[in-house]
Design a protein around this ligand. Structure first.
Ligand SMILES: Nc1nc2c(ncn2[C@@H]2O[C@H](COP(=O)(O)OP(=O)(O)O)[C@@H](O)[C@H]2O)c(=O)[nH]1
Ligand SMILES: [Mg+2]
Length: 378
């Protein structure tokens, strides 16, 4: 049954489980979704993925497509503000008859329980089963924004968004477990459990530690969306989001002698990182992918003080598409300059030509979700 007030009718052949995997920018959502998808597929489940961003041109979509499962992208705003676009994307993916749809909301968004989970529950009680809402927490950001043990690099309003994300989780997932020793993992998990009074799980999407237990939990029938934010201040939330500069670019890269993906991507991220360090701007997530038939490389950075994490292939294609996504505590216009200069320099150093096809830089606008249902929906 579809509720008469539902924005549109959705009637899958059988109910689809929807699992929202939230968390701040760079927390490890896309990587964890990849590991979770592999685990679910091994259990005989049909998996599909929904990616989401403020603008088109997503590294995450390319990464999700590489999982070999059906993928749809919702761009132009978060699931909450683009609820009907999210429904359209779900409808597009239904012909693949997924058992479970893994959805990654924009990492600067919160209030998902009220604006996405509750509307889904209310409007589509028979079309969807909601898996518990997992919110991933990067250990470093926990120390900064929950425990106050390190300075908050983006300022208090972004810290507010980070804490609201955890506050509405059905379960908190301490991510990047492989980067912690046992004592530190125990300490952070205990502090999170004490503060948020709900299950705290741990995982590493690199070693697969904790992924099996997470899959079992998601399929366990535990109720979802039980922690709607009662007192969210949208002005503070909007200020936090607007402090982040956003940039999505797609660039055609060519080289007669072949493109060295590792060199190009490392050079690109290093150049952006150096400019951020000079400006005192913190990187939330900077990611780039170089995509050509039979040749795929990618690199990420999740802080200005880190070194790029690179996964590169040996092939040197003559032509490739470069996708650059940056979410940085920097004015969008400055971010555009930094990215353009970094692209120019990295291409030159790699002996390649870079032609920008699309480049957008902006700050996310005030969140205006069309549906906000704060009461119990049964
Ligand atoms: N060490 C470690 N790094 C991880 C893990 N999961 C993700 N990462 C890295 O963290 C960065 C951001 O990951 P991503 O999944 O794109 O984060 P998202 O923005 O939350 O989707 C990438 O460099 C990943 O390789 C993990 O379990 N362990
Ligand atoms: Mg992601």
């Amino acid at each position: 049954m579809t509720s008469p007030d539902a924005p549109r009718a959705i009637l899958p052949a059988k109910p689809v489980t929807i699992a929202l995997v939230g968390g701040f920018l760079g927390a490890g959502k896309t990587t964890a979704i990849g590991a979770l998808a592999a685990e679910l597929i091994q259990r005989g489940k049909r998996v599909a993925v929904l990616t989401n961003d403020q603008a088109a041109g997503l590294v995450d979509t390319v990464l999700a497509e590489r999982l070999g499962v059906p993928v749809e992208e919702v761009s132009g705003g978060c699931f909450c503000c683009r609820f009907e676009d999210m429904l359209d994307a779900v409808v597009r993916i239904l012909p693949s008859e997924p058992d479970i749809l893994l959805c990654e909301p924009v990492g600067s968004c919160t209030d998902m329980a009220a604006t996405v989970l509750n509307p889904l529950k209310l409007f589509y009680p028979d079309a969807f089963r909601l898996a518990p809402f997992t919110v991933l927490a990067d250990p470093r950001r926990v120390r900064e924004s929950v425990l106050g043990e390190e300075p908050e690099p983006f300022g208090p309003e972004v810290g507010y968004v980070f804490r609201k994300q955890l506050e509405e989780a059905d379960a908190v997932m301490l991510s990047k477990l492989d980067t912690l020793d046992h004592a530190e993992a125990d300490r952070l998990a205990a502090r999170l459990a004490e503060r948020y009074a709900r299950p705290v799980m741990r995982c590493s999407a690199i070693t697969d530690d904790g992924i099996e237990a997470w899959a079992t939990y998601l399929l366990s029938g535990v109720p979802a969306g039980g922690h709607v934010l009662a007192d969210i201040d949208y002005d503070t939330y909007a200020t936090g989001e607007a402090l982040l500069g956003w940039l999505n670019a797609t660039v055609r890269v060519t080289s007669e002698t072949g493109i060295d993906g590792a060199r190009l991507l490392t050079g690109l991220l290093e150049a952006v990182r150096a400019a951020c360090a000079a400006d005192g701007a913190e990187i939330a997530h900077l990611k780039a992918a170089l995509d050509a038939p039979g040749a795929f490389s990618r690199a990420h950075l999740t802080s200005t003080s880190g070194a790029p994490a690179l996964t590169a292939c040996d092939a040197h294609p003559r032509e490739a598409q470069l996708i650059l996504n940056a979410r940085i505590g920097m004015e969008p216009e400055r971010l555009r300059q930094v990215a353009e200069e970094a692209l120019r320099r990295a291409a030159e150093a790699a002996g390649a030509r870079a032609d920008t096809e699309m480049l957008r830089s902006f700050s996310p606008g005030y969140p205006t979700p069309p549906y906000r249902i704060s009461g119990a929906t049964g």
